[in-house]
Design a protein around this ligand. Structure first.
Ligand code: SAH
Length: 350
């Protein structure tokens, strides 16, 4: 595979253009073109410069292969990478704007028992430019530009564990939030991790004050180990310490994801233990009813029970919401669309 031009910061692009002996104003033309989601072959530069760039860089690192639209307006995208790998993303519409969920790896090696992304293991990391290009492609396809963006918020909750691809993800975040580009503010970005403690600590020093989100899904280490292999490596107490550090460094409260799984983590006793664990902490809890993955045996609890769980947390002073399930009819859960594609099944369409 060739290199990915969209991985470069503006400064790096500047250096590249200079090294090619091109005039300075070319930097702006290339940078703005790329940020608008253009292919290299569409950039408004001389044919010879385009040819030079195309010799080393992928013309279209991330192409929208297919789009599925849910009855609730959620759009699911299947992207094709230059090497033929597939990743998926989702665009959800809210009152305050449109949130795009991006993938950071092809597959995942974390092995969470409820998740479809990890079924085939990790294929490879995405480069910074491949993560960014998912957004550039969707913004363009949805009629957005750099002034009036169709994508206003970003969550790193697609396939992959962002902190297992640390360098590329941090580079992507810097390019995403840079002024003059697509420029999505860090406070409109959420990064979800299964709790890689060393990287969480390291990230608190990067100066990127985003919404740090941790997939907790259990109240004790023993129970967490049943569904999340990463719990063999890091304790919940260490995760809470890393969250506290992030809050001290950035002033941003942190978020816990808690997917409710029947017979596993969703009893009243779990709700009480969760409230006890998080009491007084500057955090928010996002409850999600498990999105059932057919390769997995785990099942969700009912909506009523989920609201009862939420009520217990609220009564105990925890800030909590039950996330609306969106796009369930188009394979909304992580990795479901790609998984069904890889098996040559008919993709779920609304
Ligand atoms: N690797 C990151 C991002 C993963 S996806 C992480 O672990 O946080 C974002 C969220 O969806 C995570 O909280 C993940 O645990 C959760 N998730 C994955 N599969 C799910 C499913 N089938 N139902 C509900 N939540 C799921």
């Amino acid at each position: 595979m060739k290199q990915i031009l969209q991985s470069l910061s503006r400064e790096e692009l500047n250096a590249l253009v200079e090294s090619l002996g091109e005039k300075k104003f070319r930097v702006e033309q290339i940078y703005l073109g790329l940020m608008q989601g253009k292919k290299i072959s569409e950039l408004p530069v001389s044919p010879s410069l385009r040819a030079t760039l195309l010799a080393s860089y992928e013309d279209e690192p991330v192409a929208i292969h297919e789009t599925f639209t849910s009855s609730d307006g959620t759009k699911k995208f299947l992207f094709r990478l230059a090497d033929g790998n597939l990743v998926e993303g989702v665009l959800m519409s809210y009152k305050y704007g449109n949130t795009q969920c991006v993938s950071t790896q092809v597959g995942c090696r974390m092995g969470c028992r409820f998740c479809a992304s990890t079924l085939g293991g990790l294929v490879r990391n995405l480069t910074a430019g491949e993560i960014l290009s998912q957004i550039l492609a969707v913004n363009r396809a949805s009629g957005g530009n750099l002034k009036d963006r169709a994508v206003t918020n970003v969550v790193l909750m697609g396939s992959g564990e962002p902190f297992d691809n640390y360098g590329n993800v941090v580079k992507f975040l810097r390019n995403l939030t840079a002024e003059g580009g697509i420029h999505i503010s860090a406070r409109n970005v959420s990064l979800s991790t299964c709790g890689l403690v060393p990287e969480m600590k390291r990230f608190s020093d990067e100066g990127i004050p985003l919404n740090l989100t941790v997939s907790l899904h259990a109240v004790t280490d023993a129970e967490r180990r049943r569904t999340m292999p990463v719990a063999n490596k890091y304790k919940i107490a260490e995760i809470l310490d890393a969250c506290a550090l992030y809050f001290r460094k950035t002033g941003r409260r942190y978020i816990f994801e808690y997917s409710l799984i029947s017979g596993e983590n969703a009893d009243e006793a779990h709700a009480l233990a969760l409230a006890e664990l998080l009491k007084g902490k500057p955090c928010h809890v996002n409850l999600i009813r498990l999105n059932e993955v057919k390769e997995r045996k785990l099942t969700s609890i009912g909506e009523k029970e989920a609201y009862r769980f939420l009520g217990v947390l609220e009564k105990n002073g925890i800030s909590v919401t039950l996330r609306r399930s969106m796009g369930a009819d188009i394979g909304g859960a992580c990795g479901q669309l790609r998984a069904s594609y890889l098996k040559n099944e008919t993709p779920p369409i609304s």
